[in-house]
Design a protein around this ligand. Structure first.
Ligand code: ATP
Ligand code: MG
Length: 366
């Protein structure tokens, strides 16, 4: 069986360092491993519209931003097809059929949908499109026969729902769809990077992000203003490491060589954490270190972005070509799906002949 990747992001804002450690970094590694036959990276504009119907311009403006973020982290259009979801109409058609395989109560139980509904304060005014987006995600994944989906932890329930749809479809209509596997980052801190405000998740919609496209000064300002342990008032006070986002970011980003380079007082993160917990280590010093670590990671990304920004028509061309390839793959899957469901009436010789026989007409369909 072919090894295929599908993943993507909603163009609701530029991508942030949570996306980077949660998914983008791993995508680039998988891409460069050479182990995958096809890699599809989707800008999920149709999904973004499910909770931004009144802000189409926001979604529109972020298509190129997200594409630039993709290219700047090292996604290579020669190896990965970057495409725009809304331009692959087959995905909607697949969703329409998958909707019949999912119950309302099953969607209501999806924990990510639940918490996102709460976060967006929809209360009783949940857009139907938003409520059903896990089904549309199943279409995105299965349309490309994806075997692996590298995403952050919040996507686990979506993958589970997709796998259920695949099993149900194959059960009823015969083996057609491929069951995907989720690929989560190995580093615990990267599963769900908290916001700079200490909230559970860095998220575009919460405005607590460090963006990949932020300038050096912006990153520094955000790091120096980060939430830490609110009870760590004086340097000599013992500080809390757990739930302190500055340390979670260090867990996600720092490597041993960073200490030698930027903070030789410690040889590894554990030593720094121990000192903080004991007392005697101030937030400013830890933040300065984090800033250096982040700048080192972001500098090459910024550089690559600058070179792509100089040729936006070329970026459009990359999206156009990626979308064409995605359309072809999705059309092929849709053809197979319709054949399995036996709703490919005009190709169904058996049905035509059977009715021709039944009513005594000629069976010649030409
Ligand atoms: P929105 O608020 O519009 O939903 P978002 O910031 O949650 O935006 P998405 O486009 O929904 O971003 O998510 C894209 C991918 O990035 C998903 O795979 C998701 O799991 C991952 N991701 C998003 N935020 C984080 C985070 N804070 N930590 C780790 N992974 C994340
Ligand atoms: Mg999200």
């Amino acid at each position: 069986m072919k090894k295929i990747i599908l993943t993507g992001d909603r163009p609701t804002g530029p991508l942030h360092v949570g996306h980077y450690v949660g998914s983008l970094k791993q995508r680039v590694e998988l891409q460069n491993s050479g182990e995958y036959d096809d890699i599809y990276i989707m800008i999920a504009d149709a999904q973004a519209l499910t909770d931004n119907a009144d802000e189409p311009e926001k979604v529109r403006q972020n298509i190129i931003e997200v594409a630039l973020d993709y290219l700047s982290v090292g996604l290579d259009p020669a190896k990965s097809s970057l495409f725009i979801q809304s331009q692959v109409a087959e995905l909607c058609e697949l969703s329409f059929y998958y909707m019949n395989l999912v119950t309302v109560s099953r969607l209501q139980r999806n924990p990510t949908v639940k918490s996102e509904i709460q976060m967006r304060d929809f209360q009783t005014s949940i857009p139907v499109g938003f409520f059903t987006y896990p089904i549309s995600q199943a279409s995105d994944i299965t349309a490309f026969k994806a075997t692996a989906v590298p995403v952050g932890e919040d996507q686990l329930p979506m993958l589970e729902q997709t796998r259920e749809i695949v099993r149900k479809f194959n059960d009823i209509y015969g083996e057609t769809l491929v069951e995907p596997e989720i690929l989560l980052p190995e580093n615990q801190a990267c599963l769900r990077l908290p916001g700079t405000d200490g909230k559970a998740k860095m998220s575009k919609s919460l405005g607590n992000c460090i963006y990949l496209s932020d300038t050096e000064t912006e990153v520094q300002k955000k790091v120096m203003n980060m939430f830490t342990d609110p009870n760590h008032l004086r340097v000599e006070d013992p500080g809390k490491v757990e739930g302190n986002p500055v340390f979670t970011y260090l867990d996600a980003f720092s490597r041993e060589e960073h200490f030698a380079e930027f903070c030789p007082d410690y040889s590894c993160l554990q030593e720094m954490k121990d000192h903080y917990s004991r007392g005697g280590l101030g937030d400013v010093k830890v933040k300065r270190f984090l800033n250096n670590v982040l700048q080192a990671e972001l500098a090459p990304i910024r550089e690559r972005r600058k070179s792509y920004e100089k040729d936006i028509p070329a970026v459009y061309e990359i999206l156009r070509q990626g979308t064409q390839k995605a359309q072809k793959a999705a059309a092929e899957t849709l053809r197979e799906v319709k054949a399995s469901m036996r709703i490919n009436y005009f190709e169904d010789e058996e049905l035509i002949c059977a009715y021709a026989r039944k009513y005594g007409s000629t069976s010649d369909t030409n």
